[in-house]
Design a protein around this ligand. Structure first.
Ligand code: ADP
Length: 497
């Protein structure tokens, strides 16, 4: 059973019928030719049936008249009588039968009630007994007719009825006429008609084949156009949106392709922008280092303190370069959607406390008060490294972009589905027009300020990416000059997609 299924699948895959062009061709051919053949055969068959029926009924009519004569002359009883009256009338009837037989190119036999042949126009079977099904049925009053188209003759029986007799007096059927006649020109006509039908059908089939070829080519041409347009885009010949408005279906395909094209272009542009930004960001510390080193080299008899000062500056620029590279690597890791996610059930309270403990010295240095408020114990399925990045970046930013004697409040809460991690500060705030951009790579509201305090412009991009990986949301509210509030909402149970 399995091998049959496999074989069918293989045939289906290899079958040229998978081609739409061939399918249209076959369907048009089938719809065009099959009804033609059926109608043709029907016409010939109908003609033949009607012609046979007509011939049978005309012969039967004439034989009925003869049958009446046979009854009137009492032919069956006196078929051997030599009495002049009977002989004369018998001769007249015989002549009538011969004439009929000649007219229809056939043979007439008269059988009496003892199943004996009393007259045969071929004079072969006279005196013989015929007990056949047809004859018996005819004695019971049933007319039988049968056409043999192969040999071209019609066989039938006609009862010789005595209309004056009463069926109680031994039955009204006195004898049976068994006739076999040629079908005349029916076979010849049928053959002729058949030939004509074949000629017409062949011509029709040729026309339909032509129509099927034209239709299959014309109807599939839009798909060729789509393929050509896609190939043009692919080979870089054009980067315009493509348009094939021939069918609703082609419009849908083309729309989907154009959407994909737009997405790819946006991705390409953002990739280029990213590369430009990365180069620029990495170049800045290098330029500073070069300027510092050059000025040291150019000065002669430089005092040792100046050397030290410049070297300290160079070290801080190298640190900065290092930070950018570390952040870039973190971002790339996040973007790669790699399987290196390590989702574990984690106590979020403990994690938050640990991170705050690490950041407290920085806060103290900036004279910023750091408060942690946990509403309830929270355990969630998260990636520890990414969750650490989220919390560290947000709290670090809140400390970095704060005012002197400011505060940072970290709140942890949960419901039955999500946990929330909220970081509010009394810092410088974010201008409204910048809110939509702060999660972009290398975006900084105040570039020089951010650089001064060691920002790379990648922290929130990393945070957002990590939140999305947990199928969570990151929202921000801020009033310039008053403070900012970041809210992270993450499902307690990791959603596998
Ligand atoms: P950076 O490394 O420069 O801090 P981020 O991606 O972490 O980069 O943040 C982007 C920008 O958003 C920062 O340069 C800063 O201007 C602004 N920003 C982030 N967090 C805060 C905050 N808590 N208060 C004020 N501004 C912030």
């Amino acid at each position: 059973m399995k091998t049959i299924k496999k074989l069918m699948k293989l045939i289906w895959e290899k079958m040229p019928l998978k081609s739409l062009r061939l399918r249209i061709f076959s369907i048009v051919l089938f719809i065009g030719i099959v009804p033609g053949i059926v109608v043709g055969v029907g016409i010939v068959q109908n003609y033949q049936d009607r012609a046979v029926k007509q011939r049978i009924s005309s012969v039967q009519n004439q034989l009925m008249i003869v049958a009446n004569h046979l009854i009137a002359n009492d032919y069956m009883a006196n078929y051997q009588s030599e009495e002049p009256t009977y002989r004369n009338s018998r001769e007249v009837t015989d002549a009538e039968l011969e004439m009929l037989a000649n007219l229809y190119e056939g043979r007439v036999m008269i059988i009496n009630s003892n199943f004996k042949v009393v007259k045969d126009t071929y004079s072969i079977s006279e005196g013989k007994i015929i007990i056949s099904e047809e004859v018996i049925k005819c004695f019971l009053g049933e007319n039988i007719s049968h056409y043999d188209p192969e040999h071209g003759y019609i066989e039938m029986t006609v009862p010789i009825m005595d209309t004056t007799a009463n069926s109680t007096q031994g039955g009204a059927v006195r004898g049976v006429m068994l006739i076999s006649i040629s079908d005349g020109s029916i076979v010849a006509m049928t053959t002729l008609l058949n030939r004509r039908v074949v000629i017409i059908e062949t011509l029709l089939a040729l026309g339909i084949v032509l129509l099927a070829i034209v239709l299959s080519v014309v109807m599939t041409r839009p798909f060729d156009r789509i393929t050509q347009a896609i190939m043009d885009v692919n080979s870089g010949y054009t980067d315009e949106s493509i348009s094939v408005p021939d069918y609703a279906e082609t419009v849908h395909i083309v729309d989907a392709f154009n959407q994909l094209l737009r997405r790819m272009r946006t991705l390409d542009e953002s990739r280029q922008e990213f590369v430009a930004n990365v180069s620029h960001e990495l170049k800045t510390p290098m330029t500073s280092i070069k300027v510092l080193a050059d000025s040291l080299l150019m000065q002669q008899d430089t005092p040792a303190e100046l050397y030290r000062e410049f070297l300290e500056d160079i070290v801080s620029e190298i640190d900065r370069e290092n930070r950018i590279i570390t952040d870039l690597l973190a971002l790339v890791k996040m973007d790669k959607r790699t399987q290196d996610k390590n989702i574990v059930s984690l106590n979020i309270n403990d994690l938050a406390e640990l991170i705050l403990k690490r950041l407290r010295p920085i806060a103290r240095k900036k004279d910023v008060e750091l408060v942690f408020e946990s509403m309830r114990p929270v355990t969630a399925e998260v990636d520890e490294v990414r969750m650490t990045l989220i919390m560290t970046n947000l709290v670090e930013n809140a400390i970095k972009y704060n005012k002197e004697h400011g505060w940072v409040k970290v709140e942890l809460d949960a419901d039955h589905q999500f946990f929330t991690f909220k970081v509010s500060d009394s810092g410088i705030g974010i201008p409204e027009e910048a809110l939509d951009h702060i999660c972009e790579r290398f975006y900084r509201v105040d570039k020089s300020h951010s650089r001064e305090i060691g920002g790379t412009g990648l922290g929130l991009a990393i945070t957002k990416s990590a939140v999305l990986m947990h199928r969570g949301t990151l929202t921000v509210n801020s009033v310039e000059g008053e403070g900012t509030c970041f809210l992270v909402k993450i499902p307690l149970n990791y959603i596998v997609t």
